[in-house]
Write a protein that binds this ligand. Structure first.
Ligand code: NAD
Ligand code: ZN
Length: 355
């Protein structure tokens, strides 16, 4: 089958790889109908997090991607609930549904998979979803059926970035009337913005430097703040009567915006961070965080927990995740998709791949 593989920094290729197949009796094989490129893929694409001189964290030739949905094509002998022909979406992290952490609704901490992510480098290695087919382990727990009248594009983001954006807003403890700032107007930040509206804040500022992304943020009800026009914390204080936003949603995943989020939030406010930090945070402003009495919530999203509740919000028209899609291209065009998404060319925000 065809798949997108990673060979080194900036080197993704379309290759023929071994077909996805049933390995464990609880697996299914899914024929992928839609896949996508995520900001998290860019960390690997840039080789971030690897110690200089050490071997790469993922084997060269690994199949990329953790955002996918499709139709179940083969079913392992121990799978009871999922059936051949079911149209499903699955979360980006792989969990057994049975271990202590899974039972505590922390599937990203699953001990059976060692916190694995499709196409990722943590825990056990499972091939990713930028491919024609994928093996989904623990299928009865992992797969959620998508209603026939729901388009791929509507259901798709439940497996990762809509759930992540929503949990970022939820973790920020936003109350009606609050002022909120979202750092990052990429796919995750824009969906965090949509989600934050559900909690009734008075105003949501969105910080980025990419004009076309800030423009979409504005269309989605955000107030754009261009970080190149002055320190974002100072701009946000000026916009909130000198106090700073009540809640800051960090959706970038670099040290600078993380520090800026802490600098921006009002005393006693909350910083909720979902950006992935693959390198140590050397400049963590611990003193400022301490003296501000702030609350910090960060982490990987337990997307499995959000798929069902958020599906209802999409069906009711209260979340419109398709608004962030700018490109839908053939899977075999994915190397170009990586380039435009990474370099922010051709107005790219979310690049969808069709096998
Ligand atoms: P993206 O790279 O497209 O978006 C990041 C945006 O941040 C860009 O528009 C960039 O211009 C902007 N930016 C850069 N520096 C900034 C700064 N100092 N202040 C404000 N904005 C700044 O990526 P994405 O797909 O939106 O993903 C965002 C982050 O979310 C990534 O780190 C990704 O790994 C992470 N993520 C986390 C989870 C999770 O479970 N926690 C899930 C999915 C993605
Ligand atoms: Zn992702």
């Amino acid at each position: 089958m065809k798949a997108i593989t990673l060979h080194g920094v900036g080197d993704v290729r379309v290759e023929s790889v071994a077909d996805a197949r049933i390995v464990d009796p609880t697996d299914v094989v899914v024929r992928i109908t839609t896949s996508a490129i995520c900001g998290s893929d860019l960390h690997q694409y840039h080789g971030r997090g690897a110690t200089p001189g050490a071997p790469p964290l993922v084997e060269p030739g690994s199949v990329m991607g953790h955002e996918f949905m499709g139709v179940v094509e083969e079913v392992g002998p121990s799978v009871a609930r999922v059936k051949k022909g079911d149209r499903i979406v699955a979360p980006f992290s792989i969990s057994c549904g049975q271990c202590e952490w899974c039972r505590m609704r922390l599937p990203t901490q699953c001990v059976a998979t060692g916190r694995a992510v499709f196409g990722g480098r943590f825990g056990k290695q499972y091939p990713g979803g930028q491919a024609e087919r994928i093996r989904v382990p623990f299928a009865d727990h992992m797969c959620e059926t998508v209603p026939a009248d729901m388009a791929d594009e509507d259901a798709f983001f439940l497996g990762d970035i809509l759930s992540t954006g929503y949990c970022c807003a939820e973790n920020a403890g936003i109350r009606p009337g609050d002022s909120v700032a979202v750092f990052g107007a990429g796919p995750v930040g824009l969906l965090a913005l949509q989600s934050a509206h559900l909690f009734g804040p008075a105003r949501i500022f969105v910080v980025d430097r990419v004009g076309y992304r800030l423009k979409l943020a504005e269309e989605l009800g955000g107030i754009p703040v261009n970080l190149d026009r002055g320190h974002p914390a100072e701009q946000l204080r000026a916009l909130t009567g000198g106090r700073g936003p009540d809640a800051v949603l960090e959706c970038v995943g670099h040290e600078t915006p993380f520090a800026q989020s802490i600098q921006a939030v009002r005393p006693g406010g909350t910083v909720s961070s979902v950006g992935v930090y693959v390198e140590p945070l050397i400049g963590f402003p611990v003193r400022e965080a301490f003296f501000k009495d702030l609350t910090l919530k960060m982490g990987i999203c337990n997307a499995r927990n959000y798929i069902v509740p958020l599906m209802g919000l999409i069906q009711a028209g209260r979340l419109a995740p398709t608004r962030i899609i700018t490109h839908t291209i053939p899977l075999t065009d994915a190397p170009r998709g990586y380039t435009i998404f990474d370099r922010k060319e051709d107005q790219a925000i979310k690049v969808m791949l069709k096998p």
